[in-house]
Design a protein. Structure first.
Length: 279
């Protein structure tokens, strides 16, 4: 049975009873408007944990753009139905006041890995993410937390947060789920026009081509510039970045022996798409 819980007190009560029964508890943090990407995280959590909580909370603190927050898709009833189908035990849907009651003043700020790319382009975003994720770990007392590789930099920020604060949770990074044409699933995709949706897979295609170019010896800068040009030729409004970075620190690639990630952000139809691949 799937139960919807809205208060921290009730959640703590349920988790206390699960732990007393010896269950491993998994948490899948989301902002709702669920798609198969989210459900893949929930299924993985179900396979690995005795009890699973999916959280649905559109966290105002991580939106640097008020318009983006206002337009963020919300579909709680449909989300609950999908989670019931996957069999998660609890859907935790707190109100903003429950998460940030009067008097709340703490901000968790992860250095280093939070600073470039998304951190530079969305000021305050990762402070908002780190703060709410730390709170969700505290509220759920989860043993395992499931995050998507689609938000690669976020995943590295969460790993750093857990390591630096010695949080007793294991972070599990899950593969990006894509539509058949290659577009990474994202809640914001519903805001694309039909024509934009047709063009959107060009981002992933350009990244795959750039990875092939780099492997066959084209200098990094030229390969990334070629990819950006290919995306613009498909009618994207702008490319914020297509870059190769150290996969863990998100710093510049200096050691070719370490894992490298290509990360991109681009605007299409007024929607900001992000993606990343291993190189
Ligand atoms: N296509 C995907 N494959 C795997 N995991 C995903 C995918 N999309 C989102 N996730 C993961 O689901 C969790 C919740 O993400 P979130 O609710 O922000 O959804 P989203 O689709 O990324 O929405 P948006 O990017 O528009 O904010 C995050 O850990 C995120 O990385
Ligand atoms: C991890 C998260 C749920 C925190 O609000 C959010 O950033 C997301 O949906 O990726
Ligand atoms: N999926 C990452 C959360 C955000 O874009 O705000």
């Amino acid at each position: 049975m799937t139960v919807i819980i809205r208060t921290v007190a009730e959640l703590r009560e349920v988790v206390r009873s699960w732990k007393a029964e010896g269950h491993l508890v998994g948490v899948v943090p989301t902002m709702g408007a669920l798609h198969d990407g989210h459900l893949s995280l929930a299924r993985r959590a179900k396979a690995e944990c005795g009890r699973v909580i999916t959280t649905i909370f559109v966290n105002p603190k991580q939106f640097n753009n008020p318009d983006d927050l206002k337009k963020y898709p919300r579909s709680e009833d449909a989300d609950a139905a999908l989670l019931r189908w996957v069999g998660v035990e609890v859907v935790f849907c707190p109100s903003p006041e429950e998460v940030y009651p009067e008097g709340f003043v703490t901000t968790v700020s992860v250095g280093g890995v939070s600073e470039p790319l998304e951190g530079a382009l969305r000021p305050g975003h990762f402070d908002g993410v780190a703060t709410v994720v730390a709170k969700l770990f505290g509220m759920t007392q989860a043993d395992r937390g499931y995050f998507g590789q689609k938000d690669w930099q976020q995943l590295q920020v969460v790993q750093r947060l857990v390591a630096d604060l010695n949080l007793a949770v294991t972070v599990v990074g899950c593969e990006t789920v894509r539509d058949p044409d290659g577009l990474a699933m994202s809640s914001r995709n519903v805001r694309l026009t039909a024509a934009g949706r047709q063009r959107a897979p060009a981002l992933y295609a350009a990244m795959l081509a750039a990875a092939r170019d780099v492997r066959s010896g084209l200098p990094q800068d030229q390969a990334m510039a070629k990819a950006a040009a290919a995306v613009m030729a498909e009618g994207f409004e702008s490319v914020e970045y297509i870059e190769l970075r150290d996969a863990e620190t998100l710093g510049a690639v200096v050691d070719l022996g370490r894992p490298i990630r290509m990360l991109a952000a681009a605007w299409l139809d007024g929607v900001r798409l992000i993606d990343n691949i291993a190189v």
